[in-house]
Design a protein around this ligand. Structure first.
Ligand code: FMN
Length: 160
C-alpha cells in the first residue's frame, strides 16, 4: 500500500506527529506542505495533518485539499489536527472541514498538541499567552501529544 502523510505545521508538533505515525507504518512518504507540493495521484491511502492557530488549520493544507480534492475523494483519506485544547476539537473540525470531507474521511481526530510560550516570539507569544490564560480560566487540560491516538490511526491503516 502506498501511503502519503501530507502535513503542515508551524512550531514542530505536527511534524513530530506525522513522523511518529510514519514510524508505526511499514512505509510511508512524509511531506511538509509548507515546503513542497506533492501530487497525491499515486497514493492509495492519504493522511493529512495540520496544526491549529486561532481555530484555523494551515493555509497550505487548505489550498492543497482544494487543488487535489478530485483525487482525494477517490482515495482512502484520514486527517489529524494538532491543537492545544481538546475541548475545542469538535468546533475546530466543524469550522475547517466540509461535510463532504468529514463524510469521506475514515478518521478525523486531534492528536493533541504542545504549547510552550517561552519558545514563541512576538505576536505568536502574545496570542499563545492569551490562549493559555483563557484555557486556564476554563480549566482546560495542559496540551500534550496523544500517542494512543497516533497508534489508533496506525492500527486502522494497517488493518485496511
Ligand atoms: C499563536 C497560536 C495560536 C493557537 N491557537 C490555538 C487554538 O485556537 N486552539 C487550540 O486548540 N490550540 C491553539 N494553539 C496551540 C497549537 O495548536 C499547538 O501549539 C500545536 O501543537 C501547534 O502545532 P505546530 O507545532 O505543528 O505548529 C495555538 C498556538 C499558537 C502559538
Amino acid at each position: 500500500m502506498n501511503i502519503l502523510i501530507a502535513y503542515a505545521g508551524k512550531t514542530g508538533t505536527t511534524k513530530t506527529c506525522a513522523h511518529m505515525l510514519a514510524d508505526k507504518l511499514n512505509r510511508a512518504t512524509v511531506v511538509d506542505l509548507n515546503k513542497e507540493n506533492i501530487n497525491p495521484e499515486k497514493f492509495e491511502i492519504i493522511v493529512v495533518g495540520s496544526s491549529v492557530r486561532m481555530g484555523m488549520i494551515q493555509k497550505s493544507l487548505q489550498k492543497w485539499l482544494k487543488e487535489n480534492w478530485e483525487v482525494l475523494k477517490q482515495r482512502k483519506l484520514a486527517c489529524f489536527i494538532c491543537n492545544g485544547f481538546l475541548e475545542q476539537e469538535k468546533q475546530i473540525l466543524a469550522g475547517n472541514f466540509s461535510q463532504e470531507f468529514m463524510d469521506h474521511a475514515f478518521y478525523v481526530r486531534s492528536f493533541g498538541g504542545e504549547l510552550d510560550v517561552n519558545k514563541l516570539k512576538g505576536f505568536d507569544k502574545f496570542v499563545a499567552k492569551n490562549v493559555m490564560r483563557s484555557a486556564q480560566g476554563k480549566a482546560m487540560g495542559t496540551p500534550k501529544i496523544l500517542e494512543d491516538r497516533i497508534a489508533e490511526l496506525a492500527n486502522e491503516i494497517l488493518g485496511l
